[in-house]
Design a protein around this ligand. Structure first.
Ligand code: SAM
Length: 242
């Protein structure tokens, strides 16, 4: 039976032969959640590509030291480049959307402030830190070696300007057509998902003027955190690595 080796993200510089001291939440997790012992193996990755095999060489009160003994240039990234622009949702909903977008292989995530965003600007900083941790944990679990980029929060019109790609999609319950009507084969996509209260009429018009194609997900209204999961899955199936 294969032994499950824990896989953890670190922002340390990793290289074969180096010893790395892990502290804070990572050390706590290794000692008190995973209950790892001296000599046990770990896999570390730094989000820049590949992963490193390590052995625990010392365990202190607040620190765990590992020796890096191997590098695996594993690449589990989809060739499809997806930028997800997502309106800032309520706490749990946004965590779900960010976690599952990372699992589903998005390249970058841009939180967007829209007319119907109910979060104040001062709350963004703290929430961004949390979204980063959610992304790291989703990548630990899913085996991703590259971390999706998490951009700063942008205003709706900045998002419209930033959005690039072979295809720009706007998830809109009002759209007359679904994603199956797209016949091109994009290599890069920008996708916009609206907030719980929806995208305002004027925002939708500005997105259309900027070249976004509106797509519907059928006649049922999905929760704002469900819509990206549905669309990202379809995209990976049609143009990515599903
Ligand atoms: N009353 C809002 C409206 O009509 O737009 C509902 C918003 S919905 C809860 C949140 C977001 O999820 C929408 O802005 C859209 O981006 C996406 N969404 C939900 N259901 C959808 C559907 N059936 N088709 C396309 N997008 C959908």
């Amino acid at each position: 039976m294969a032994i499950h080796v824990p896989r953890l993200f670190t922002d340390h510089h990793l290289g074969i032969g180096n010893n790395v001291i892990l502290s804070g939440k990572t050390a706590h997790h290794i000692q008190h959640v995973l209950r790892e012992k001296l000599g046990n193996p770990l896999i570390l990755f730094d989000g820049l590509g590949g992963e490193y095999t390590c052995t625990i060489i010392s365990i202190g009160r607040r620190e765990v030291e590992v020796n890096i003994n191997g590098h695996d240039p594993a690449n589990r990234e989809s060739a499809l480049n997806i930028t997800l622009g997502i309106a800032i949702l309520k706490r749990e909903a946004m965590n779900t959307a960010v976690r599952q977008a990372a699992e589903l292989g998005v390249t970058s995530i841009i939180p967007v402030e829209t007319d119907n965003t109910s979060v104040t600007r001062v709350q963004f900083g703290k929430r961004r830190e949390n979204w980063l941790r959610v992304i790291q944990s989703a990548c630990e679990q899913s085996g991703r070696t590259m971390l999706p980029t998490l951009h700063e929060v942008v205003a709706f019109d900045q998002w419209i300007e930033l959005a690039k790609g072979d295809l720009k999609l706007l998830a809109s319950p009002l759209a007359g057509t679904g994603i199956k009507c797209i016949v091109s084969v994009p290599k890069s996509i920008s996708l916009l998902i609206g907030p719980e209260g929806g995208i305002s009429g004027s925002e939708e018009q500005r997105a259309l003027d900027a070249g976004f194609v509106p797509v519907s997900l059928g006649s049922r209204i999905l929760r704002a955190e469900t819509a990206p999961i549905a669309l990202l899955s379809i995209m990976q199936y049609r143009w990515g690595d599903f």
